[in-house]
Every structure is written in structure tokens, then in C-alpha cells.
Design a protein around this ligand. Structure first.
Ligand SMILES: Cc1ncc(COP(=O)(O)O)c(C=O)c1O
Length: 648
């Protein structure tokens, strides 16, 4: 009798505990559902997988035949590579000489040189296809290197160059003249500051402004203020979006620490809106509008271009609809909506993304071009959100200052930029801007298609990205063919082409003609040969097999070096095989063509990385991983217990 009563009491207590846990579980489930199924939506897993990827490289024979192309195709490729290498050597001799000398002690140069192409090809490419990293001058839409080569600039100084270099040169020159008397005095302001604030308030429709030294800093400040005023801890960023290299907005690969207060959620998703509607720990949502071009994916770099599965497409209407849904839910829940316009600001419309998409934010960050050619970050925001102290709690401040904030030279260059922006000829540039660039992209695509070339571009106004229409292993070679045509891309390769708005029709037509010529040469040289059985999936599987082999070899060497006992060594070996197997299966389970455990080092992961698993506590998120990964964890456990067969 007593036993029965105890049992009832216990089960009631259990039920009560379960009921008490239900809302928490539901919240966690909603969070899991709002995570994108790709690796870029799972930063912790991405970071773990990245740590498993071994370095290996192709020998010379494999370099030209890693897709098992026939010998005559490999010979064509080899001959083309030698020709290109000779051309590079002759054309860029002085530029590469200084680059080689300087690279010894410029860590940034070593890094960018290494991450231009998939790592298996790195050594030969670095040795033979180096165009150097120095330039002497800029003019119109061109750059001139130390050898006197004049090339079309498609890198756009990471997006800073919206109106053409000559425009920024004149901003800086005029600014220098204006502040000459004051010099680099910091603390007190140059009068240009007041006018800048007035103009930025008008442009943003927001009440107050703060100045910083980079886009990263502006984002840090906007997020810090959102946390301060809402009293909430977490930020939401969208899968694939870059917001600078500060740790909280750069979880996952590239950041040695996990970002514990960051939710990385699916862009353009009802599941995300549900999370925003139901959680009470979210301070702000960060939006980088360039994601409209490739939502939920990173802006890709050639180092990640192991196959042709990447897609991009811009639908302005759909993205505007998404932003207004975000606006509504943020207003409803007291979440601060931040548009990070560091990249797209002043490129899409004079009033920025707010004007372009017709949606208002609570805070906007600007940077890059706003400095009139000098380094800058700025936050515009609602009065109640920008305040850094509380009237009723004098010690509770939100500290944000920096030695070089509001530097007179920068403020004067910004003022030149903003004043010019107001002039009718500058305003006219924005008229029909999208139509102009859409027509240009369309023309280029048409020519590429007519010539049977497996390349297409997608664009968001003047920002282009390149997609490949046929499975291939050598797409990354295109950057070197483009350079041979005197088209200069940034170190991330063909992932993104950034045109300045001073590109006239003749300039664009010339670039398009050279682009097509480069692609045609690459096709002629056999790099896009595709065996009938080759698919993007088969390419990724092949690379995973290579990695497995590399890991096994690594382990063999370790065993020899350290005389590890046979049995533990075998166990270790088996574990690695299992890990890599799981990695492959995770890639498949996640059903995302871009992300089979390989695209972990791409532009935003090296120039500014990716994702953090959406979890609210410090503990690993394992209990929910099984749902999210379609049983990948279960398989790992089974495998570790000896219940899995590794099929190859
Ligand atoms: C949207 C966005 N936010 C922030 C940043 C960081 O700006 P910065 O490189 O000036 O720190 C960037 C840089 O590319 C960016 O594109």
C-alpha cells in the first residue's frame, strides 16, 4: 500500500517535472528547427570537422588529372599551365619579386596567398601563378602594378570603391586641405563632424550617430548597445552572413573560441520568426543585406570551390518581404533590428538598404565607402538605443570610445563624400541603377551561354558572383585566366566581383569580352572536361576518400615516429576512419550541396568567418544533435561500439 503511494507520488513528481520542462524543450526544439541544415548553420560541427581535415596535396600527375580525365586532356592542361606560368613570370616580374620578399614578414600576405585555391593544389599554384600583391596607381576603373600592367579592377577594395578611385582621391585631397590647420588633433572635434552627423541623420532617418574606426567596431558597438538597453544576452545573425571579425559575430571556423551568446539562424524562414516570437533572451537581429544574393550560404571563395554546386540568385521583392516580416516581429518583441550596411551602404541607393528595400531598422551600421577613402565605421540609431548611460543609475554605463574616433582627416573626407552625394550628378547615378547592372549581367550571361561556356553570373545590382553550371574540379583556375586578361580580382578569387559605379558601358563591355575570352581559353585548355559519370556529389565523395587516406597516412607516420603499441594505434586509426565516415555522412544528411565538410574555409571563414551552433547554454548541444543531423550522432555511437560497417 505504502509502496503504491510512493510510486504514485514519484510518477506524479516525474510528470510535474516533465511538464515543467516542456516549454524549455519546446524552445530548444524551435531553435533547432531554425538552424539551417548546412554546416554553415552548425558552427560547432563545422569547427570540429575543420579540425579533422588533414593537409595533403596532389603530386604533379594528379594535379592535372584529379578528375581522372584522359591523358590527352591532362596534357592539354599541363601545357596551358606552363604557358600561363611563363606569361605570369614575364608579365609580373617586378611585382612578384617585391611580393616574395615582403611575404616573408607579412602574415596577411602568407595567409591570402595560401587560401586562393583548394589546398590540394596550393603549392604548384603559389609557385607558378603568382601575379603579386603590389600596385602603383589607380585611374578610372583600372589599377597599374609595379611592372606597368594596367588591369580592370573587379575587387572594388572590398566594397569601399563605390564611385571610382578618382572620386575618393579628390575627397581625400580636399579633406587634407580643409584640416591642414588643425592637423591630427584628437578629442575636440573638427566642425566637419557636426555636418556629417546632420547628413547621416537625414540619410538614415535615425536620431543619433557614433563614429568608429572600422565596420567591425561599428557592429560591436551596435550590438553592445542593443544588449545594454534590452538587458538581453543573445544576438541573432543569419547563416552565411559576414559582420566583421569580432568573435560574437564570427562563430565557428576561424574563431578559436565558441561564441556563446550568438544564435545563427536560417535566413528567410518561418522557423526563425517563431524563435524571435517566442524567446526572451534575444537582444538584436543583425542583417547583412548582401545575403539576399545567396541567402543561407557564405559568399564563396575559390579556395572552397571544390565542385560546381554553389548557386546564387537575387529576388529583391522576396527579400523586402522577409525584411518587413522581421521588422514586424522585432517591433512586437522589443528586439533591436540592426541593418549592417557596412558593405552595401551607398551602393544600392543613396538612402542605403532601408530605402532600397523599403524597410526601416532601429540601428544601421555604415563603413567602408562612407570614409571617403579613409577607414571608418559608423552607427546610426534611435535616441533611446544610442544613449550610453542611465540617468537613474549613474554607474551603469555602456562604454565605447576609441582614440581615433572622429579623426579630423577621416571626418573631413567623409564630409566631402556626403556633400558630393547630395549633388545632382551623383544622385543621377542611382537612377535606373539596378536595370543598368541587370542588363549588363544578362548580356554577359547570354554570351557565355551562346558560346557553350559552363559559367554564369548572378548579381545584386553592381555586386556579381560567379556560378558554374557543370560539375568540375578546376573552376578556381578561372581567376588565373581572368588575370591573364588583365582583370583583377580580390584574393578570394571569383566568388565576388565588385564593380564601381563609374564603370561605363564601354568599360563593362570590355570587361565582359575579356571575361568570355578567359572562360573560352579555359574551356579550350581542357579544365572543364567532365566525364559522364562526374557529379558534384561524386567529386565530394572522392575528396573525402582522399582525406581518409591522408588521415590514415598521418597516423602511420605518427605510429612509426612514436612507436605506438599496435593495438592502441589500430584503435586510433579506426576511430579516425569512423570520424571521417561520420563527417561524410553528416555532409549527406545535411542535404546541402555546398557543404560536405569541405567548404569550411571560404571567404567569410578566412576573411571573416562563420557560424555558431544555436544554443543558449555553455554545454554542448548533444541531446538535440540527433534530430538536427538525421541520426549522425547515433551512427557515431554505433560505430564506436563496433556496430557500423565502413563502406567504400
Ligand atoms: C557587412 C559587413 N559588416 C562588417 C564588416 C567589417 O568591416 P571592416 O572590415 O571595416 O572591419 C564588413 C567587411 O567586409 C562587412 O561586409
Amino acid at each position: 500500500m505504502q509502496l503504491g503511494a510512493t510510486a504514485i507520488a514519484l510518477s506524479t513528481a516525474g510528470l510535474a517535472a516533465a511538464i515543467a520542462l516542456l516549454p524549455r524543450l519546446r524552445a530548444r526544439l524551435h531553435l533547432a528547427q531554425a538552424k539551417h541544415p548546412s554546416l554553415s548553420g552548425h558552427s560547432r560541427i563545422a569547427a570540429r570537422i575543420a579540425s579533422l581535415i588533414p593537409f595533403y596535396e596532389y603530386d604533379e600527375a594528379r594535379f592535372f588529372r584529379c578528375d581522372d580525365a584522359p591523358a590527352e586532356i591532362a596534357a592539354l592542361r599541363r601545357a596551358a599551365f606552363v604557358r600561363l606560368s611563363q606569361l605570369y613570370q614575364a608579365r609580373f616580374a617586378q611585382t612578384t619579386a617585391l611580393t616574395a620578399q615582403a611575404a616573408e614578414s607579412i602574415s596577411d600576405l602568407q595567409f591570402t596567398a595560401a587560401y586562393r585555391v583548394p589546398f590540394q593544389f596550393r603549392r604548384l599554384v603559389c609557385r607558378h601563378l603568382n601575379a603579386g600583391a603590389f600596385v602603383r596607381s589607380s585611374r578610372g576603373v583600372t589599377l597599374t602594378d609595379l611592372d606597368g600592367n594596367c588591369s580592370y579592377d573587379l575587387a572594388g577594395s572590398y566594397g569601399v570603391n563605390v564611385f571610382g578611385y578618382d572620386f575618393y582621391k579628390s575627397c581625400i585631397e580636399r579633406a587634407l586641405a580643409r584640416v591642414r590647420e588643425l592637423g591630427p588633433v584628437l578629442g575636440p572635434y573638427h566642425p566637419a563632424v557636426a555636418d556629417n552627423v546632420r547628413r547621416l541623420r537625414e540619410i538614415s532617418g535615425l536620431d543619433e550617430v557614433s563614429f568608429h574606426m572600422s565596420g567591425t567596431e561599428a557592429v560591436m558597438q551596435a550590438v553592445r548597445l542593443a544588449r545594454y538597453h534590452t538587458g538581453r544576452s543573445h544576438i541573432v545573425r543569419f547563416c552565411g552572413a559576414y559582420h566583421g571579425w569580432w568573435g560574437d559575430v564570427q562563430p565557428g571556423v576561424g574563431n578559436p573560441l565558441p561564441a556563446h551568446a550568438t544564435y545563427t539562424l536560417k535566413d528567410m524562414s518561418e522557423a526563425t520568426l517563431r524563435v524571435l516570437r517566442t524567446r526572451s533572451d534575444i537582444a538584436c537581429v543583425l542583417v547583412n543585406p548582401v545575403q539576399a544574393l545567396h541567402s543561407n550560404a557564405n559568399a564563396p571563395a575559390d579556395s572552397a570551390l571544390v565542385d560546381s554546386s554553389r548557386r546564387a540568385h537575387f529576388d529583391k521583392h522576396a527579400y523586402a518581404g522577409w525584411l518587413s516580416q522581421l521588422r514586424a516581429v522585432c517591433s512586437e518583441r522589443g528586439i533591436v533590428l540592426i541593418f549592417d550596411e557596412v558593405f552595401v551602404g551607398f551602393r544600392l541607393a543613396a538612402g542605403g538598404a532601408q530605402e532600397y528595400f523599403g524597410v526601416r531598422a532601429d540601428m544601421v551600421t555604415f563603413g567602408k565607402t562612407l570614409g571617403g577613402g579613409l577607414p571608418i565605421g559608423a552607427v546610426c540609431g534611435r535616441k533611446d538605443l544610442m544613449k550610453r548611460f542611465r540617468d537613474d543609475r549613474p554607474a551603469e554605463i555602456c562604454f565605447a570610445r576609441g582614440t581615433f574616433n572622429s579623426h579630423p582627416y577621416v571626418m573631413a573626407a567623409m564630409n566631402e563624400f556626403l556633400r558630393r552625394l547630395d549633388e545632382p550628378d551623383m544622385r543621377a547615378i542611382y537612377r535606373d541603377l539596378d536595370q543598368v547592372w541587370d542588363r549588363r549581367a544578362e548580356r554577359l550571361n547570354q554570351t557565355l551561354a551562346e558560346q557553350g561556356l559552363p559559367v554564369q553570373v548572378a548579381n545584386m545590382s553592381s555586386i556579381f558572383t560567379i556560378c558554374y553550371t557543370r560539375p568540375a574540379r578546376y573552376n578556381w583556375m578561372l581567376q588565373f585566366y581572368l588575370r591573364a586578361q588583365d582583370l583583377s580580382l580580390s584574393w578570394i578569387g571569383t566568388g565576388r566581383l565588385i564593380f564601381s559605379l563609374n564603370y561605363g558601358e564601354p568599360d563593362f563591355d570590355e570587361v565582359a569580352a575579356r571575361f568570355v575570352a578567359a572562360a573560352a581559353a579555359m574551356q579550350r585548355d581542357g579544365w572543364w572536361w567532365a566525364g559522364s559519370a562526374m557529379t558534384n556529389k561524386s567529386i565530394r565523395r572522392q575528396i573525402l576518400r582522399e582525406m581518409l587516406l591522408a588521415r590514415a597516412q598521418e597516423l602511420g607516420m605518427l605510429r612509426r615516429r612514436h612507436r605506438i603499441e599496435e593495438l592502441p594505434a589500430e584503435q586510433l586509426e579506426r576511430r579516425l576512419v569512423v570520424q571521417l565516415d561520420v563527417m561524410e555522412r553528416v555532409g549527406e544528411d545535411l542535404r546541402h550541396p555546398d557543404q560536405a565538410g569541405l567548404h569550411v574555409l571560404d571567404e567569410e571563414q578566412v576573411h571573416g568567418p562563420e557560424q555558431q551552433a544555436a544554443h543558449s547554454e555553455d554545454q554542448p548541444y548533444l541531446p538535440y544533435m540527433r534530430d538536427e543531423l538525421g541520426g549522425a550522432r547515433m551512427r557515431l555511437e554505433q560505430a564506436e561500439q563496433g556496430g557500423i560497417e565502413i563502406k567504400r
